[in-house]
Ligand binder design. Structure first.
Ligand SMILES: C[S@@+](CC[C@H](N)C(=O)[O-])C[C@H]1O[C@@H](n2cnc3c(N)ncnc32)[C@H](O)[C@@H]1O
Length: 263
């Protein structure tokens, strides 16, 4: 892939979502409390937000980082220079490691994007050794916990009721305590579930709005489908809600889940 396309795509993700994922990744890893010297796999690793935290904080023996997007894996390959890390461009439903070969399998802001979260979790479980640790986090979409996105879709739906179905709130109903508990039960693991509360702080309205126009996302595809007038109306409706002349602070709350695989 063209290096400048990967850089652009990766940077757009970082501005749109990576910067809000990062503080959650750090706190998630502190909570996960995995031992040093472990063999890790980071599934849906994207531009490497969680990967970077693992390398910095967890003293891993090795990390396999897996994502299906060549744009993001190329971006990550340029970002890291660490012999413990191997980056693979593959689908998460077919991880490139043997059964029972990893100590820790993690996924940050990823599982809900699979057609079946259960299939993704089973695959993560497959690669873990007995006693291994499985952990992941997702935004608390159903309760509006990713405020930056929630307010976007709420304003869009007020102008265009069809937009409501595109919101993460509507698309990811299982990113709730009950949904995640059910999911873990379905794959036979006993989870500990907690929340991590952070804030997305945007300098001003322009800095809130611009990332929506840059990064590949459902919101960007929606904006691209609007004519200039409808787009300006949505921007205006959002400005009315959010632009009070100063920084914009919105909740960014994630559910985090961990479980130990029985010995
Ligand atoms: C919101 S990003 C999360 C990236 C990173 N873990 C983070 O916390 O910033 C979701 C990632 O899942 C990846 N993804 C989506 N479907 C996938 C699949 N079937 N297999 C592997 N990766 C996938 C996307 O390419 C994207 O990088």
């Amino acid at each position: 892939m063209d290096a400048s396309a990967a850089r652009q795509g990766g940077e757009a993700y970082e501005i749109f979502m990576g910067r809000w994922s990062r503080p959650v990744a750090d706190r998630f890893l502190d909570w996960l409390h995995a031992p040093a010297g472990a063999d890790w796999i980071d599934v849906g690793s994207g531009t490497g937000v969680l990967t970077a935290s693992i390398l910095e904080r967890c003293a891993p023996a090795s990390v396999v980082a897996v994502d299906s997007s060549e744009t993001f894996t190329d971006y990550a390959r340029h970002r890291f220079d660490d012999r413990r890390l191997c980056i693979d461009t593959v689908d998460a439903t077919s991880l490139p490691v043997a059964d029972g070969s990893r100590d820790v399998a993690v996924a940050g802001l990823f599982l809900n994007f699979l057609p079946s979260m259960e299939e993704g979790l089973r695959e993560m479980r497959r690669v873990l050794r007995p006693g291994g640790i499985l952990g992941f986090y997702v935004w608390d979409y159903p309760d509006g916990g990713m405020g930056m996105l929630d307010v976007f879709w709420s304003a869009a739906a007020q102008l265009d009721p069809a937009a409501a179905a595109l919101s993460e709130r509507a698309r990811f109903p299982d990113c709730s305590h009950a949904g995640l508990t059910r999911l873990c039960q379905a794959v036979g693991i006993e989870p500990a579930i907690s929340t991590i509360d952070t804030i997305s702080e945007h300098e001003d309205f322009e800095e809130y709005w611009r990332p929506f126009t840059l990064a590949q996302s459902t919101a960007r595809r929606y904006l691209d489908g609007l004519d200039d007038e409808a787009r300006a109306r949505l921007r205006g409706a959002l400005a009315q809600r959010l632009d009070h002349g100063g920084p914009i602070r919105l909740p960014a709350r994630a559910w985090c889940v961990k479980a130990q695989i029985p010995d």
